[in-house]
Write a protein that binds this ligand. Structure first.
Ligand code: XMP
Length: 511
């Protein structure tokens, strides 16, 4: 089935992925593409509408990205947001000016004209601004649709040509009716039907995979994380026992994780799932190593070695399944940035497995869509809503050398933290939360005795994509319960601290 598609042209703004997610949440498939797509390429893509995103540039810079005028002659509806809004005006003969002061944050705007874009939106509502330039004169044939006190052209458009510009950011939650504006553009202006649902996705993918993988031997490295779990379940639904999954038990997983993976996927779903028992191998190899990058490399290399050994026993396979998701695809298209941490994932596997092709059934999906697909496939909330855990897992949540005793301490503390977060119903609000075993010892008093034990840190963050993060405002009484329970129930922990650093400047994980 060919889905209706919206094309989101990426001008480099910080909320661009969010725009794409909002459109998909409104049940319309969309793709984020570089802003220099040619008119021919756009025609071939055949979108029902085009969205220009925001971006850091000014339309008056010689080097800022532009679009050919012909885009507006295709008869395809266009919506420009922030920079995109200014670009439409600039290209079609309007005026964009540099404001004396930048405008950031919440503003009240007034709809001055009713159009199909304003359906269901009150005359006055709050929007989220973040700009310096703004449109001061709309192009011929266009009219002003909304204003704020300091922004004379907040929304403008040409109803007949179906071209609109919005100066603020409808995609961020602080824009009260932002989602409604996007919905109006998609359904009232572009005439979308809304055929992008996870039920459709599952049905189509299973059919596609059945045809593609019919009679083939397929292998998948299951990490215990959401992405590989959902990818494997989707492929399993299509080809059953022709899929073999390998789970490497490295002794660094969170409490009960290996047991849960085996019980859900092998016993529950009947998957052909092999557990490679490599606990001693990993823990012994980490003895005496305290440098975070060294730990990461040892774990990454060993993982590949263990997997290779298993793969050799299985023999040649036709396909290797990978849990690549859409943000990975977008990120890998960008330029090289500084290596902050060497991420361990299954990227090294292709070189050691004898296979013909890689299959990535989730490469078009955002994380929240992957979760919805998981639910659609009948996976339990504990799997679907499991938070991201890095490949090196607890090894990089223990500062300094990793030992069996320290693994035990951090694993128990982490389990208590997770349990209390779940009890407080905060599981979905907080993007990631875990315990860290610091390498500090402090003096305490427990049962009339002096103790000299470890400091455990709690880390909990809210985030959209893990690129930036804010520390989660967990209610004090929940933190208190976690602190009391850890100091009572976990050996060798006598002090609990809460990490209140955002990313940047810190990272999410401590190592
Ligand atoms: P940082 O600590 O860099 O983490 O702010 C960003 C996100 O990535 C996860 N993370 C990893 N994921 N392999 C992974 O697949 C890794 O080696 C790794 N290290 C960090 C981290 O948990 C957070 O969600």
């Amino acid at each position: 089935m060919q889905h209706e598609k919206v094309l989101v042209l990426d001008f480099g703004g910080q909320y661009n992925q969010l725009i794409a997610r909002r459109v998909r949440d409104l049940k319309v498939y969309c793709d984020l593409q570089p802003c220099d797509m040619t008119v021919e390429e756009i025609k071939a893509y055949n979108p029902i509408g085009i969205i220009f995103t925001g971006g850091p540039n000014s339309v008056y810079d010689a080097t800022s990205p532009k679009v050919p005028k012909e885009i507006f002659e295709l008869g395809i509806p266009v919506l420009g947001i922030c920079y995109g809004c200014q670009l439409i005006a600039h290209t079609l003969g309007g005026t964009v000016e540099h404001a004396e002061t930048s405008e950031y944050g919440k503003r009240e705007f007034t709809m001055v004209k009713a159009t199909s874009m304003s359906e269901g939106i009150p005359t006055k509502s709050v929007c989220w601004m973040s700009h310096t330039d703004h449109v001061t004169k709309v192009p011929a044939g266009f009219e002003v649709l909304a204003v704020t006190e300091s922004c004379p052209v907040t929304i403008y458009g040409n109803v007949a040509r179906k071209i609109y510009g919005i100066q603020f950011h409808p995609e961020v939650v602080h824009s009260e009716y932002g989602n409604k504006l996007l919905e109006n553009f998609l359904y009232n202006v572009c005439g979308a039907k809304g055929d992008w649902t996870m039920a459709n996705f599952v049905a189509e993918q299973v059919e596609r995979l059945k045809v593609k993988l019919n009679g083939k031997k397929v292998l998948c490295a299951m990490s215990g994380g959401v992405d590989s779990a959902v990818a494997a379940t989707l492929v399993h639904r299509a080809i059953g026992k022709n899929l073999t999954c390998v789970f490497v038990d490295n002794g660094l997983h969170r409490k009960n994780e290996p047991e849960e993976v085996m019980s859900v996927f092998r016993d529950g779903l009947g998957m052909n799932l092999i557990k490679a028992d490599a606990v001693d191998l990993f823990v012994d190899a980490l003895a005496g190593v305290s440098d975070p990058e060294k730990k990461r490399h040892i774990i990454g290399d060993l993982f590949i070695r263990v997997f290779e050994k298993e793969a050799k026993q299985i023999g040649a396979v036709d396909y290797l399944v990978q849990g690549t998701i859409y943000p990975d695809v977008i990120e890998s298209g960008k330029g090289k940035s500084a290596v902050i941490k060497s991420h361990h994932n299954v990227g090294g596997l292709p070189s050691v497995v004898d296979f013909k092709e890689i299959v990535e059934p989730l490469r078009d999906l955002f994380k929240d869509e992957v979760r919805r697909v998981g639910t659609e496939l009948g996976l339990a909330d504990e799997i679907v809503w499991r938070q991201p855990c890095p490949g090196p897992a607890l090894a990089i949540r223990i500062m300094g050398e990793v030992t069996r005793a320290k693994l035990e301490t951090v694993r128990e503390a982490d389990a208590i933290f997770r349990e209390e977060i779940a009890k407080a119903g905060l599981m979905r609000e907080i993007w990631q939360y875990f315990a860290v075993l610091t390498d500090s010892k402090t003096v305490g008093v427990q049962g009339d005795f002096r103790t000299y034990e470890n400091v455990i840190a709690l880390r909990a963050i809210t985030s959209v994509d893990a690129m930036t993060a804010d520390w989660a405002r967990i209610p004090f009484d929940v933190l208190e319960r976690v602190s009391t329970r850890i100091t009572n129930e976990v050996k060798h922990a006598n002090r609990i601290v809460y990490d209140i650093t955002s990313k940047p400047p810190a990272t999410i994980e401590w190592e």
